[in-house]
Design a protein around this ligand. Structure first.
Ligand code: C2E
Ligand code: MG
Ligand code: MG
Length: 570
């Protein structure tokens, strides 16, 4: 569509004059012939034939309103409704007042009053209308993507923002549509097939925005943005709409993902709405079937928060924002409970968020491997603490540290732990290692091997969260462990629910069979403690005795203990 530009370089434009009045045709023709190629028609029907034939070269139609066969109004309407002919501007000839407004409403570019004005005025109107129309074609072409006919991103956002300004109370939904693995489609089937797919999608999107009064653009290669007046029914209608596009593409290897931001009136700007939609869309990355995801504000804040924690972790370590707390474990089977060990539990004192509990960041750091760094910090701290208590109180209090499932995959794990105990002059038996039960079920071969080596070197292993990881009973007999820590959720209901009590009894029996002690954590009440004691539980950890404490406060608990002590599992 380079035509309008070439025309500007001095080519003579063509004009069609349509009037049943011969004199009028002649007068106008005479005025314009010098500058333009002029052709004539006596009524609307003949004019339509010529326009269809010469549609590519016609620059303007001058149209009388009252004619036999087909009048000017009817022809004007036909031209405006035809996508190929609507680009040709029409100047209407009028002799009665009021007709001007009516014809402008019907899409006329301008009007010339009869009897005719001065030739200069008419020529100026003609040339102005042609120029305007040509400019608008150029704009139309630059603002639209050549392949799909949808807006380019820049124009899309410009128009969208203008729409928002003009209708500040209108809620607008934002949708981002992306083709799953489009590069593969291009590589496997070729670019032209890829283009056909893009065109099919764009056409469907075009239909959607035409029917709803929205806007759409092709953003990146295979991504589309759709901006629509808000609809509460979008969630219900989207599956049908997606199915329709799938059907049109008709290729099971090609699927689309849609991310939707449904406007709830929270006054986000257009760009933010699309950021949200894009974010939702990204969640479906990697899927093989068409689908959609709605943006969720809460979830997004959570993700931003997680992102912050991940970014801040290194700095936090170097600034010592992490502190290790210690929670005592008490042996309860004797006359009086006595301190047997402690569990090291990490706390993050974040300068902005305050105290962040491990529940918020452990699994996050497990996902990206950062946990290894953090755990190593905790192990070092715990070992140094054992040493310090030994020096200060003359006791060898064992401390358990949590060993994440991720740590187990580190082939240097044994070395790392041995270095730590060695540097602090500790016997390996003093650094107890808690490994969650599900780590065993996830990867039993690797973990059993690692744990066997650790035990050979004297480390003691506590299976954490026992009862939550679905170990098979058969597997349990071959697990190398030194203690079972019952999952907290069993303790919570133990006094209220007979079945839970029985279940805990059975788990304690299993520990007997394996010849290892049982630790119950999360014990908050005296009755729970007494019931567990009756059932044969050996060691108790929980708020009943103490919350996790900073090391200075933990010292007070040690001071309360009688002189002769039996630590760990004795
Ligand atoms: P866990 O190893 O099972 O630790 C026990 C959790 O129960 C701790 O939560 C402790 O504060 C809490 N707890 C103890 N007694 C009670 C009680 O009576 N009532 C209640 N409601 N809770 C009690 P915390 O410190 O928030 O740690 C949560 C989990 O985070 C830990 O569960 C552990 O899996 C993980 N974690 C904590 N510190 C570390 C660490 O340094 N490294 C690794 N890898 N994981 C850690
Ligand atoms: Mg633990
Ligand atoms: Mg636990």
């Amino acid at each position: 569509m380079q035509e309008p530009l070439e025309r500007k370089k001095g080519l003579r434009r063509s004009i069609l004059i349509v009037d049943d009045d011969y004199i009028a045709r002649e007068i106008l023709g005479k005025m314009l012939r010098e500058q333009y190629e002029v052709s004539y028609a006596e009524n609307g029907a003949l004019a339509l034939d010529i326009i269809r034939r010469d549609k590519l070269k016609l620059s303007l139609v001058i149209l009388d309103l009252y004619m036999p066969e087909m009048d000017g109004y009817s022809l004007l309407k036909l031209l405006r409704a035809d996508s190929e002919l609507s680009r040709i501007p029409v100047i209407v000839l009028t002799s009665e007042q009021g007709a001007e407004v009516e014809s402008l409403k019907n899409g006329a570019a301008d009007f010339i009053a009869k009897p005719f004005d001065m030739p200069e005025v008419i020529c100026a109107r003609v040339s102005h209308s042609i120029e305007l129309a040509e400019d608008s074609i150029i704009i139309h072409e630059t603002e639209r993507d050549e392949l799909t006919g949808l807006f380019h991103k820049e124009f899309f956002f410009q128009y969208g923002k203008r729409l928002d300004e003009l209708n500040s109370n209108m809620l607008m939904d934002a949708i981002v549509a992306d083709i799953n693995r489009f590069h593969v489609v291009n590589e496997l089937y070729g670019r032209s097939y890829g283009n056909t797919v893009l065109k099919t999608i764009a056409d469907s999107i075009h239909e959607l925005v035409s029917s709803t009064g929205g806007l759409a653009c092709r953003r990146d290669n295979d991504q589309f943005c759709i901006y629509l007046p808000h609809s509460d029914e979008l969630r219900d209608k989207l599956p049908q709409y997606i199915a329709m596009i799938d059907e049109r593409i008709n290729d099971s290897n090609i699927s689309l993902r849609f991310g939707v931001y449904s406007d709830d009136g929270s006054e986000k700007c257009m760009e933010n709405r699309f950021d949200c939609a894009h974010h939702a869309c990204q969640k479906l990355r990697g899927s093989y079937v068409s689908g959609f995801e709605f943006y969720n504000d809460e979830q997004h804040s959570r993700e931003l928060y997680d992102e912050r924690l991940i970014n801040d972790m290194d700095k936090a370590l170097s600034e010592r924002q992490f502190k290790v707390f210690y929670q005592p474990k008490y042996s309860i089977q004797g006359d009086k409970p006595h301190l047997s060990s402690a569990e090291a539990l990490i706390r993050w004192f974040h300068p902005e968020f305050g105290m962040v509990s491990p529940g918020q960041f452990i699994s996050l750091f497990e996902d990206n491997g950062l946990i290894q760094k953090l755990d190593r910090f905790v192990w070092n701290e715990a070992a140094a603490q054992i040493k310090q208590w030994k020096e200060k109180y003359g006791i060898d209090l064992p401390v358990s540290v949590n060993v994440s499932r991720v740590d187990v995959f580190n082939s240097h794990l044994v070395e790392i732990l041995e270095d730590i105990t060695e540097i602090n002059g500790l016997d390996n038996t003093k650094l107890l290692l808690e490994i969650t039960e599900s780590a065993y079920t996830d990867n039993s071969t690797q973990i059993i091997e690692t744990v066997n080596t650790l035990r050979e070197r004297g480390f003691k292993i506590e299976m954490d969260d026992f009862g939550s990881g679905y170990s098979s009973l058969n597997m349990l007999t071959s697990l190398p462990i030194d203690a079972l820590k019952l999952d907290m959720k069993f303790i919570r209901g133990i006094c209220e629910n007979v079945k839970t009590e029985r279940l805990v009894g059975i788990m304690i029996e299993i520990a007997r069979l394996l010849e290892v002690p049982v630790i119950a954590e999360g014990v908050e009440k005296k009755e729970q403690m007494e019931l567990l004691k009756k059932l044969g539980c050996d060691i108790i950890q929980g708020y009943y005795f103490s919350k996790p404490l900073p090391p200075e406060e933990f010292g007070a608990l040690i001071e309360k203990e009688p002189e002769e002590k039996n630590y760990a599992y004795n």
